[in-house]
Design a protein around this ligand. Structure first.
Ligand code: GSH
Length: 206
């Protein structure tokens, strides 16, 4: 049985839950992090010295780093499909996963922190505008990319779609006007409509 530690209010935990559900892996999820604590207990720190979520345990194997967990689960449970066999297709997927963490998340995080986790009177309008401007460039790029393929790394769903779908889920809930990017929205709606997305892409992002 796969155990996932982490609160669902974490985008990084949602990636892992979405992966497990898409892969139809039985799992238990234990709330940890944020108001649930646990991450600073000696037992948890032994497994994840970062004191962060998500953390998974799979048959005695502990693993942290959300996108790495997604890769691991896809490689184990869906080789040749969610984890492509073809080297170029696999690294195309890898590229987008790294891009989500290093570029997309970095650009959009501040708007989320300000608009959702900061009291209105303490919000920094400049930070929000900067984050929105950076993100809109990236979303236009995603829209163009998805105008030429059904999914992030080709014609079929792969591991690459998971982190970016979670990022879009959070972004699209922000109280702002969203650009009508046809291809990006078509792609996101398709993933959000999957039964495996229930409990992840249909919850309020806090
Ligand atoms: N690079 C790590 C980042 C993990 C991370 O930042 N986790 C946050 C939640 S999104 C966390 O654990 N914060 C402390 C807490 O929840 O107590 C990953 O992708 O797994």
């Amino acid at each position: 049985m796969l155990t996932i530690w982490g609160r669902l209010s974490s985008i990084n935990v949602r990636k892992v839950v979405l992966a497990a559900q898409l892969l139809e892996i039985p799992f238990e999820r234990l709330d940890a992090g944020g108001e649930f604590g646990i991450v600073n207990t000696p037992a948890y720190l032994e497994r994840n010295p970062n004191a962060m979520v998500p953390l998974v345990q799979d048959d005695g194997f502990d693993l942290w780093e959300s996108n790495v967990i997604v890769r691991y689960l896809c490689a184990k449970h869906s080789p040749g499909r969610m984890y492509p066999d073809d080297l170029r297709q696999r690294f195309d997927a890898e590229r987008w996963m790294d891009w989500q963490q290093t570029t997309q998340n970095r650009a959009g995080r501040e708007a989320f922190i300000q608009l959702v986790r900061t009291l209105p009177e303490r919000r920094d309008a400049g930070e929000i505008a900067r984050s929105m401007a950076q993100t809109s460039v990236l979303h236009a790029m995603l829209d163009e990319h998805l105008s030429r393929r059904a999914f992030m790394a080709g014609d079929a769903l792969t591991m690459a779609d998971i982190p970016i779908a979670c990022e879009m889920h959070r972004w699209l809930q922000l109280p702002m006007e969203h650009a009508p990017l046809e291809h990006l929205h078509r792609w996101y709606r398709g993933i959000a409509a999957l039964p495996a997305a229930r409990g992840v892409l249909d919850i309020e992002s806090k």
